[in-house]
Design a protein around this ligand. Structure first.
Ligand SMILES: Nc1nc2c(ncn2[C@@H]2O[C@H](COP(=O)(O)OP(=O)(O)OP(=O)(O)O)[C@@H](O)[C@H]2O)c(=O)[nH]1
Length: 446
């Protein structure tokens, strides 16, 4: 896809004809602050993704020790035929990670270190400089860039780099965010309650992922694996998940994601049991990712439900037998009702029929204006009245990118699909807002 994420700008313009040439929408850092409404138009030609010759960039992220360097090595030693530049970010002056990176003997890869700070904050400028120099001095000498973040990086500012630097946009495109999840320890980090205003990096790393690698499967059993998969799925319905030991995943899974990953958007909205998630904690500490599902079965192992209900046994047997748990009312064993921060979830919506461009524009604009900080990611496919093409888009906080994708086929039902990943999402409110954009609805309600 060639159009880049832009700070959302006003005026959606429907064009039923196809324009002759697509263009990159250029953004500048200063404009992001405006957080104005989203911009959708039917102007670009389809097939942009196929023609996109820009160099793909993959961001490798994941909490400390989750297996990022292990995955990097797996990629660098794999048979992909790509000339890869690696950008490593480390805290501190001593470089350890680069010593742990091993290249195949092709001599075609490069490693660049960005030390003394975290990519997402103090050295973001260095990243921009580094990418700028690569683009200028080494153009044509590499096919892919891999950026390994520190385990404490919040990926959002790094992602935004690729949409806020106009001079990079012509040559580079963000291909995907790959997040390593330590199957053994991730829950602990995801559950960590941070002080007000402090980002839980582990949560954000999962929320921003296009691909999730649940690593270290050798350290957990099947049930624990399902629990962590359910947990990350609850946070991010959009990402595809693969399990791995020693980060041994298919290279195709992590390279060549393709940015939009439209198939995944389709899958998510078409999986009825994943059609939404609502971040609540019920009396058994279960969180659900299913449509109006209420799971009250302690032994439920439905993988579409996310459960966290741990019981610990021990202590005074008599006291245990007598005690009634305040949460679930059961007797006979002591409980540890583990609760976690369910505030980051996914909401997916689907709607038959066409949407009104102006109404979508107003609604998304208002949403991004009011909630841009909480809306981590947003992806969708829209059937816009008067447009011959399907319209696809994605957003990262207030940045918004979209374009016509392909012609609607004869007889193909026109419907729209949206997936939101973010904090404190109110499914009913989002659904109501989306449905109000349907063609004819406002006339009925007027
Ligand atoms: N048991 C087990 N150990 C693993 C697996 N994958 C990686 N490790 C080990 O976990 C440790 C951390 O792996 P790294 O690849 O360095 O993790 P990282 O995310 O780069 O770590 P930081 O740079 O500290 O954030 C290393 O000792 C790896 O050998 C796995 O699947 N199973």
């Amino acid at each position: 896809m060639s159009a880049a994420l832009q700070p959302a700008v006003a005026a959606l313009r429907a064009r039923s004809h196809r324009a002759s040439h697509p263009r990159h929408v250029r953004a500048s850092a200063s404009r992001i602050a405006s957080r104005r409404p989203a911009s959708i138009s039917c102007a670009a030609t389809a097939g942009d993704a196929v023609k996109d010759k820009r160099v793909p960039v993959t961001i490798l992220t994941g909490f400390l020790g989750s297996g990022k360097t292990t995955l990097l090595n797996h990629i660098l030693q794999g048979d992909h035929g790509k000339r890869i530049v690696v950008i490593e970010n480390e805290f501190g002056e001593i470089d350890i990670d680069s010593d742990l990176v091993t290249f195949k003997d092709s001599g075609e890869e490069d490693i660049i270190l960005l030390n003394n700070g975290c990519l997402c904050c103090t050295v973001r400028g260095d990243l921009v400089d580094m990418l700028g120099r690569l683009v200028k001095d080494k153009k044509g000498e590499f096919d892919h860039i891999l950026i390994e973040t520190t385990g404490l990086a919040n990926p959002a500012p790094i992602i935004q780099t690729f949409y806020l630097e106009p001079e990079l946009l012509d040559t580079l495109r963000l291909d995907g965010v790959v997040t390593l999840v330590d199957a053994k320890h991730a829950t602990m980090h995801l559950d960590e309650v941070k002080p007000e205003g402090v980002v839980n990096e582990a949560l954000e790393q999962v929320a921003f992922a296009d691909r999730l690698v649940v690593n270290k499967t050798d350290l957990v059993n099947e049930s624990e694996l399902r629990t962590i998969e359910n947990r990350v799925r609850t946070i991010n319905q959009l990402a595809s998940i693969q399990r791995a030991e020693k980060a041994n995943v298919d290279l195709d899974f992590v390279l060549g994601v393709g940015g939009f990953d439209l198939d995944r958007v389709q899958d998510v909205v078409e999986e009825p049991s994943h059609s939404h998630s609502h971040g609540h904690e019920d009396s058994h500490g279960h969180s659900h990712a299913g449509e109006e599902e209420t799971c009250d079965k302690p032994d439920c192992d439905d993988p579409t439900h996310s459960h966290s209900h741990s019981h610990s046994h021990g202590g005074d047997a008599k006291a245990e037998a007598d005690a009634e748990c305040e949460v679930c009312g059961e007797h006979g064993h002591s409980h540890s009702h583990h609760t976690h921060d369910d505030s980051v979830t996914s909401v997916s919506l689907t709607m038959d029929g066409e949407v009104d461009l102006d109404l979508v524009n107003d609604w998304l604009g208002m949403l991004l204006n009011d909630r841009w900080q909480d809306l981590f990611r947003m992806k969708g496919v829209l059937a816009i009245e008067g447009c011959d093409d399907r319209y696809v888009f994605q957003g990262v906080h207030a940045l918004f990118e979209g374009m016509p994708d392909r012609l609607w086929e004869d007889g193909e039902p026109r419907n729209s699909k949206l997936v939101f990943i973010g904090k404190e999402l109110d499914r009913e409110e989002l659904k109501a807002g989306f449905e109000a954009c349907k063609v004819g609805v406002s006339a009925v309600n007027a």
